[in-house]
Design a protein around this ligand. Structure first.
Ligand SMILES: O=c1ccn([C@@H]2O[C@H](COP(=O)(O)O)[C@@H](O)[C@H]2O)c(=O)[nH]1
Length: 231
């Protein structure tokens, strides 16, 4: 487990609202994530604004394309100086290897590179609609194995799979888990969920938490409560 496991998912369509929250947060308490919505709306300028406030930033763009394109996208992410970025493991071994190799020139300044396995919003039934007729956990394990073979730093998965994956792939292979829901909070579109404390106990390294914080009446209080519960 990281000594700073919470990653707040900033899924806002309004930059001022996001910065208002960020300005209440302590970079020693959490890291931040922006994804497709905020990066498409506000681009590298937002990355600079977050970095100027001393936060580690996870650029969650989930690249999924041919190896050459993904390698160039990952290079662009490294140029932004982000702490972590990602690709889809289902893009395949060659794609993930190309992404990893693109980061070699950055040495210890390279972002952590992880791969999304099975989205936490997906159930076994939804996987079956794609022709994947195994339980989500089994498909996650298969994609995690491919990711490890490609030399990436870890994966995005559900905390429900964390204990199985830690046992299989070891402590150094990072498990980044969205689908985190404090007891009693709305699941929304997430399917494979766990509470923050259960997720850490199961072996998650990083907990990605969005709406339970950003949609709370008092986001800072919600984050502070989750942070305290992990002590
Ligand atoms: O499998 C995945 C991969 C990424 N995400 C992202 O994490 C956050 C979760 O937000 P919540 O509001 O806490 O549900 C969001 O940005 C997703 O794009 C994921 O949920 N599952």
């Amino acid at each position: 487990m990281s000594n700073k496991p919470i990653i707040v998912a900033l899924d806002y369509d309004n930059k001022s609202e996001a910065l208002q929250l960020i300005d209440q947060l302590d970079p020693n308490m959490c890291r931040l994530k922006i994804g497709k919505e905020m990066f498409t709306l506000f681009g590298p300028e937002l990355v600079k604004e977050i970095h100027s406030r001393d936060f580690d930033l996870f650029l969650d763009l989930k690249f999924h394309d041919i190896p050459n394109t993904v390698a160039k996208a990952v290079t662009a992410a490294a140029e932004l100086g982000v702490w972590m970025t990602n690709v889809h493991a289902s893009g395949g071994l060659a794609m993930m290897q190309a992404a990893r190799e693109a980061l070699l020139p950055y040495g210890d300044k390279a972002p952590l590179l992880i791969a999304v396995t099975v989205l936490t919003s997906m159930s076994d039934e939804e996987l079956a609609l794609l022709g994947i007729n195994v339980p989500a956990a089994e498909h996650v394990k298969r994609l995690a194995s491919l990711t490890k073979q490609a030399g990436l730093n870890g994966i995005v998965c559900s905390a429900q799979e964390a204990s199985m994956l830690k046992a299989e792939f070891g402590a150094d292979f990072k498990l980044v888990t969205p689908g985190i829901r404090p007891a009693g909070s709305d699941k929304g579109d997430q399917h494979r969920v766990m509470t923050p404390t259960q997720a850490l106990a199961a072996g998650s390294d990083y907990l990605v938490i969005g709406r339970p914080i950003t949609k709370a009446a008092n986001p800072l209080a919600a984050l502070t409560e989750i942070h305290a519960s992990l002590k």
